[in-house]
Design a protein around this ligand. Structure first.
Ligand SMILES: C[S@@+](CC[C@H](N)C(=O)[O-])C[C@H]1O[C@@H](n2cnc3c(N)ncnc32)[C@H](O)[C@@H]1O
Length: 259
């Protein structure tokens, strides 16, 4: 991998930018793509206050077909840049994860696990019309069926009171001091908790590895990669305020490096 990309955030559309990266150059990918939430109208709490829901332009697609084409394009580039023993994680919700999983399999990525992130503090279903949606799904897949992917089984077991780490992870959503805010408002609508990335990066990459995030948003993947002694390449749409916040977040020093 060309050094100019290491520990950098690339500005621009990830499909175009991924295309410029050399093939077989990345050890691990974490992707948190648009979910195509298809929200219609405002969401109001029982006390008549408006919920700060995900209503960003980047999450809007005109049809499932358009979403599938977009998903196919970035996943195809991700597969191309992965090393032969590389692996990818993709996170999503019921809105998109089934479509994403099908496209991953169509591309020959080999699914290793689906991990359920159970939110210990989910947002309630304010209208009371459905179950409280308290989970997201992460698909972990290797580049192909033959890849000798990285998995630090013993590290994960030690991390889990000496019991085999399971595929249901109980982690709170990102809030409190971890949530980046500007004038009291969330800086990014879908900032992921560092604890989630910590588990992913620790279990499926090694010190010095190159970790790519095509949808880096507020910079969570880069920040955790750096803390764990890995290298990152992030890609994001340019937004000056979020950009400054991301750089601030990425100005961290490694706390330890494990292989
Ligand atoms: C679901 S968010 C990722 C949040 C991130 N994981 C975090 O913890 O902050 C998706 C991000 O991808 C960006 N995005 C959407 N489409 C993109 C594209 N085609 N190329 C690059 N970035 C894109 C959005 O601006 C948004 O910041």
């Amino acid at each position: 991998m060309d050094k100019k990309y290491i520990n950098k955030i690339i500005k621009g559309d990830c499909i175009k930018e991924l295309h410029k990266l050399p093939e077989k150059s990345v050890d691990l990918i974490f992707a948190d793509p648009p979910y195509n939430l298809q929200l219609r109208g405002d969401l109001i709490r029982p006390n008549q206050t408006k919920v700060n829901a995900v209503n960003d332009e980047w999450d809007k697609f005109s049809s499932f077909d358009e979403y599938d084409k977009f998903t196919y394009s970035w996943l195809k580039e991700c597969k191309r840049v992965l090393k032969k023993d590389g692996a990818i994680w993709v996170i999503g919700s019921y809105h998109n994860i089934f479509r994403v999983g099908k496209i991953m399999q169509d591309l020959g990525l080999w699914i290793l696990n689906d991990v359920i992130w159970i939110k210990t503090n989910p947002m309630p279903n304010f209208r009371g019309t459905r179950f409280n949606n308290a989970q997201e799904t992460l698909i972990w897949a290797s580049k192909n069926q033959k890849s000798k992917f990285t998995f630090h089984y013993k590290t994960m077991k030690a991390f889990n009171d000496d019991k085999q780490m399971r595929s249901d992870w109980y982690i709170p959503i990102c809030n409190g001091g971890e949530r980046i805010k500007i004038n009291g408002e969330k800086a990014h609508s879908t900032q992921k908790p560092e604890a989630l990335l910590f588990r992913i990066i620790l279990s499926t990459s090694s010190a010095g590895d190159i970790i790519l995030d095509p949808f880096m948003g507020s910079g969570t993947t880069g920040a955790v990669a750096k803390k764990l002694g890995r290298n990152y390449i992030g890609n994001k749409f340019y937004n000056k305020i979020i950009w400054i916040q991301s750089l601030f977040k990425l100005n961290v020093h490694p706390i330890f490096a494990m292989s």
